[in-house]
Design a protein around this ligand. Structure first.
Ligand SMILES: C[S@@+](CC[C@H](N)C(=O)[O-])C[C@H]1O[C@@H](n2cnc3c(N)ncnc32)[C@H](O)[C@@H]1O
Length: 194
């Protein structure tokens, strides 16, 4: 669809995902407030990486469930270790594959994708699988570095414009409800089912 797909970020980049300055650079606290997480929510963090957002969400949706999904075994090992360390009983670590999130149909209220959609090898197949797992009123929070903004110090192939994201998600049957413009570097695009 006119976009170069980025390489998957290797597990060697785990330290960068957990960098201390990340809160200031990306304002994760604001992102989580944007998601209006309820205590009972079932949320899938797709491409969860080392779990930067997973365990913060787990403390908010404390009566719900957080599905932490990734395709790399090293990320899954790290997620399982943190789940043990933090005694996060409401976290489920799931191995996804390149075309599927491996979730049951109609099982989640919210989907979070931070800095991952642009590196899906099969975006259309992944979106079909995500849409199936999402409940009818469910929301997708698509977080990508802003491709329109040259001040965001990230390589072009790892950024997305709103226009491109809308083009691809509309083709998957999703509709942009709003783009919350309050994060320093990223789009916070909220999609619902059409
Ligand atoms: C740049 S990292 C971002 C991690 C995390 N979302 C964060 O913001 O800290 C992207 C992650 O997505 C994972 N990933 C890539 N393609 C995937 C797919 N099809 N399904 C699930 N995870 C995927 C990678 O293995 C990697 O851990």
């Amino acid at each position: 669809m006119g976009r170069e797909i980025a390489n998957v970020m290797g597990f060697q980049g785990m330290g960068w995902l957990d960098r201390p300055e990340r809160e200031e650079e990306e304002n994760t606290s604001k992102l989580l407030r944007n998601m209006e997480i309820n205590t009972n929510d079932a949320i899938a963090d797709i491409g969860a990486g080392s779990g930067y957002h997973v365990f913060k969400m787990a403390t908010i949706a404390r009566k719900g469930l957080i599905y932490a999904i990734d395709i790399q075994d090293e990320m899954l090992t790290e997620l399982s270790k943190k789940k043990e360390d933090f005694k996060s009983e409401n976290v489920r670590v799931i191995k996804g594959v390149d075309k599927s999130v491996n979730l049951q149909e109609n099982s989640v209220d919210k989907v979070l994708m931070v800095d991952v959609y642009h590196e899906f090898d099969y975006p259309m197949e992944m979106m079909a699988s995500i849409k199936k797992a999402l409940r009818p009123e469910g929301k997708i929070f698509l977080i990508e570095y802003r491709g329109e903004d040259d001040r965001v110090p990230i390589k072009k192939v790892h950024k997305m414009t709103e226009e491109q994201a809308v083009k691809e998600l509309e083709a998957a049957g999703m509709k942009l409800e709003r783009n919350i413009g309050n994060l320093p570097w990223q789009h916070c695009m909220v999609f619902g089912k059409e």
